[in-house]
Every structure is written in C-alpha cells, then in structure tokens.
Design a protein around this ligand. Structure first.
Ligand SMILES: NC(=O)c1ccc[n+]([C@@H]2O[C@H](COP(=O)([O-])OP(=O)(O)OC[C@H]3O[C@@H](n4cnc5c(N)ncnc54)[C@H](O)[C@@H]3O)[C@@H](O)[C@H]2O)c1
Length: 443
C-alpha cells in the first residue's frame, strides 16, 4: 500500500498482520457492516460512506495539489486483513441474522452467504433487565459480573489465537440498554470492580464488555448511547492501560442532518424557535427503543446536540428557550428503512418566522455500517500511534461524543471533520490547515 512518505511526528507501528474486529451484537448494523466489508473485498461494491476508504486529505498549500486518499496517507489496516467475530444472545449466524434484519436484498446476501454463515456469535453477557424487548439463550453463566467479564476476556484471547490476529478492536453494535445514571460505582476503577463483584445493578453488560476490552488492550468504540465506557472509572482504566476509547451513539440519520443544518443556521445568525423531530422505524432497534427506559437513553443522546451547537447562553436573543422534541415510533412495516421528519421553526430579520421541513427516507444500517468500519480502522490506528483514553478526534462519528471532564463535546460536523483530519495531519507530521489563505495574496 502506498503510504505517505511524510515523517510521522510520533512513531506509528505499521499495521502488520491481521486485525480482529469484534462486535458485541450481531444484528442489523453488525451484519450489514460485515456483509459490506466482504462484498468490497470481493470487488462487488464500493466502500461508499467510508472516510477511511474514499476520502482524501489535503496536505500543504492549495498550490501544492497534494490530496492523497486518507488510506494512502495514514498507515491503516487494509480490508483484506480484517477478521470478524461477535457476541449475541440470539444464536443465529451472521447470514441468518442479516436475513432477519432485512436490510440487504437476497442477491447481495447470497453473494457473500458462505462468508456470513461462518460467523457465529459467541455466547453473550446478556441480561434482559437492561434490554427488555430481547430474549436469547446464547448467554454466558457466571456467579458474578466479574466472572462474566473474565469470560469475555478469555473469548478475546481465544479469538485472537484462533485467528492469528496481531491486534483486536471492539465496536459495540448491540442494543441500546436502559438508562443508567452515573453513580459512585462508576467513579473509580476500584469502586467499579467492587460493584462487578457484588453484582451491582449499576453495572450493565455493555460496561463488562468495555472493561474486558480495555483489560485486554483492545480499543473500544461505543455505537450506542449507553453509558458503557463513558465513566470516570473506565476512562481512567483506558488511560492507565494505554487503550483508545470512543463513543457514544453512531451519528447516522436525523442527528447527522441536525449537525449539518444547525451550524448553518448559527453561521448566519438566524434564530430558532423550535425543532420537532419524529421518526417511524420498524427494525429490532426500533422495537427495543419502544421501551421507555431504552428510549430515555437514546433521547438524552439526541437532545444534547442542538444546545451545544447553538450555545443559547452565548446567543440568548437567538436561541434562548427553543423547543426541541424528539420522537421515535416503532412501526413494523417500515423495517430498517426509517423515515424521519423534521420541522424547524426559524426566525429571521425583524423577527419574521420561517420554516424548514426535512423528510429523510433513510436506511439506518446502510448509514451506520461504514462508520463501524472507520471506527475499527481509526481505533486501531490510534493505538499504534500511541494514543490512549478518549479519542475526541473521532467525535465526527458520534451523536453524543465523549469529551474530557469539564469540556463541552464538539457537535458541529464540520468542526469535527476538521479535527479528524488535523489529527491525522498532526500524527503524520504534516502542517495543520487553518484555511487562513492570506499567503496566496501576499504581494
Ligand atoms: N443503525 C443506526 O443508524 C444506528 C445509529 C446509532 C446507534 N445505533 C445503535 O446501534 C445498535 C445496533 O443497532 P441495530 O439496528 O443493529 O440493532 P439490532 O437490534 O438489529 O441488533 C442488536 C443486537 O444486539 C444484540 N444484543 C443485545 N444485548 C446484547 C449483549 N448484551 N451482548 C451481545 N449482544 C447483545 C441483540 O440480540 C441484537 O441481535 C443499537 O444500540 C442502536 O441504537 C444504530
């Protein structure tokens, strides 16, 4: 692969050998990701929606005309080196799970059917009190949560050995768990581990996967809004063990649109009276989110976006007290093809009201799958570059990005994109791009 000849600012281990990608959850998103990755490897399709595969990065001055593909610039693992594994309480192999998820049509599934049938989920750490709408018999048994987490660590070691992996990353693609408030159990590593040992309810299965991953030196990315790895205890553990972590909640349909439109309104200093968002969604995720406790987790994640972008405290005349409503309605006939409506009441010159309506007919898992690929490759890259703890530069991928304590997360998609690309430039020893541009006009 033609990697950049730039001298990296930090020493970055080359991506030699195989990279294991483990997903807790083998549902719509995980199977669409795996089927797509294999279809790309076989040359049936293009990696549309993936920055690591399709995006370029400008280097140096505009006059230098240097814009390599990101994957030719940064030493990322190649698709051919990926090996996939998963856990799920439902024992279906990836082919059956993908068929049931109903995202991909028969022709696309059959083309990689042999590959998908070979991916069978390992028994999950699962408790239906945290995801009430799902039952499954493919689950681990253990006296304490710590025992269960130790079994996950063993799974990681076995997977690594069985597949001859040089490195492993984990991306949470399992259901959204019920809302858990951060408490003393999540404050320090010691308190967290004691809580695991006494089976404290504040320790959800997703936290056990995250703990196991970090203990095994495996970067962890959280695609759901669950608290999961976003606690002081697990952030400390990740820093101590030099493991990159990121989250929360893949930024795909409606929220992605919000983080495109809201910065536009703010850039023009247009006011906002209210933003009403509603969705109909008929996949299993929609069914899980039909439970108010799981929806509350999602709602928190979706609601945080507008306030941080619009900063009402700084612009009270424009954004004080705007109304923001988010609804998700489970409607089975629609399957994975979600339909989202946004009604945006905006305010212009002399206080005159205007409206924007967005009707987004999207495919949830088609939007999420390339994010799983990018997060897996970038998390692995971050680890080889010696990065650890919260990876703020991956905020681009998340609805509710993790940020250092006391720091507002960055939600604006374009700032996030700049941050991502500048981090790559920084790590690879290239100049930051400020877009100042005065040098082109100097006499
Ligand atoms: N598709 C999107 O656009 C999108 C966007 C943001 C977030 N997400 C999140 O991604 C996750 C996956 O979405 P999906 O559409 O694939 O859902 P899905 O219901 O199709 O798949 C989730 C799978 O996770 C399994 N699971 C539940 N608890 C588990 C556990 N403890 N361990 C292992 N597996 C477990 C379920 O059995 C199910 O097979 C959800 O949390 C969803 O909210 C999806």
């Amino acid at each position: 692969m033609p990697f950049s000849t730039a001298m990296p600012r930090v020493s970055i281990r080359r991506p030699e050998g195989r990279l294991g990608v483990l997903t807790p959850g083998l549902g719509a998103v995980a199977t669409t990701f795996m089927a797509g990755a294999e279809s790309i490897r076989r040359g049936y399709t293009q990696p549309i929606g993936s920055l690591t595969q399709m995006a370029t990065i400008r280097l140096g001055k505009r006059t230098e005309q240097r814009s390599p593909l990101i994957r030719d610039f940064a030493p990322l693992a190649g698709l051919d080196d990926l090996v996939f594994g998963a856990w799920d309480p439902i024992p279906d192999d990836a082919y059956t799970a993908a068929k049931k998820a109903g995202v991909l049509v028969e022709r696309d599934l059959e083309a990689v059917g042999d590959f998908l049938r070979g991916i069978r989920p390992m028994p999950a750490v699962f408790d239906s009190r945290y995801v009430t709408r799902i039952t499954g018999e493919n689950v681990k048994l253990g006296k304490t949560k710590r025992d269960l987490a130790e079994q996950l660590r063993q799974d990681i070691r076995d997977f690594r050995a069985r597949n001859g992996c040089d490195r492993v990353v984990m991306v949470w693609c399992a259901s959204t768990e019920t809302y858990i408030k951060p408490g003393p159990q999540h404050a320090t590593i010691e308190q967290f581990e004691r809580a695991m040992e006494r089976n404290d309810d504040a320790i959800a299965p997703s936290m056990l996967y995250a703990w196991a991953a970090i203990m095994e030196g495996v970067p962890f990315a959280n695609g759901a809004p669950n608290l999961c790895v976003d606690t002081p205890a697990l952030i400390d553990l990740a820093n101590q063990r030099a493991v990159p972590i990121s989250g929360k909640d893949f930024k795909t349909g409606q929220t992605w649109m919000k983080t495109v439109i809201a910065p536009g309104l703010k850039a023009r200093m247009l006011g906002l009276a209210g933003w009403y968002s509603t969705n109909i969604l008929g996949n299993r995720d929609g069914e899980v989110l039909d439970d108010p406790a799981s929806f509350k987790t999602k709602e928190e994640s979706k609601l945080s976006v507008l306030h941080t972008i619009l900063q009402p405290e700084m612009y009270p005349a424009l954004y004080r007290d705007f109304s923001h409503v988010v609804r998700i309605n489970y409607y089975p006939p629609r399957g994975d093809n979600k339909e989202g409506w946004d009604n945006i009441d905006i305010i212009g010159w002399m206080g005159y009201p205007m409206q924007i309506k967005v009707n987004f007919l999207c495919r949830d898992s088609i939007l999420a799958a390339p994010l799983v690929l990018d997060l897996a490759l970038f998390s692995d890259f971050a680890q080889r570059a010696g990065m650890k703890g919260i990876q703020e530069w991956l905020s681009f991928y998340y609805k509710s990005p993790m940020a250092a304590a006391g720091l507002q997360p960055e939600h604006d998609l374009f700032i996030q994109q700049t941050k991502l690309k500048n981090t790559l430039r920084h790590l690879m020893g290239e100049e930051q791009i400020t877009h100042l541009g005065l040098e082109y006009y100097a006499s």
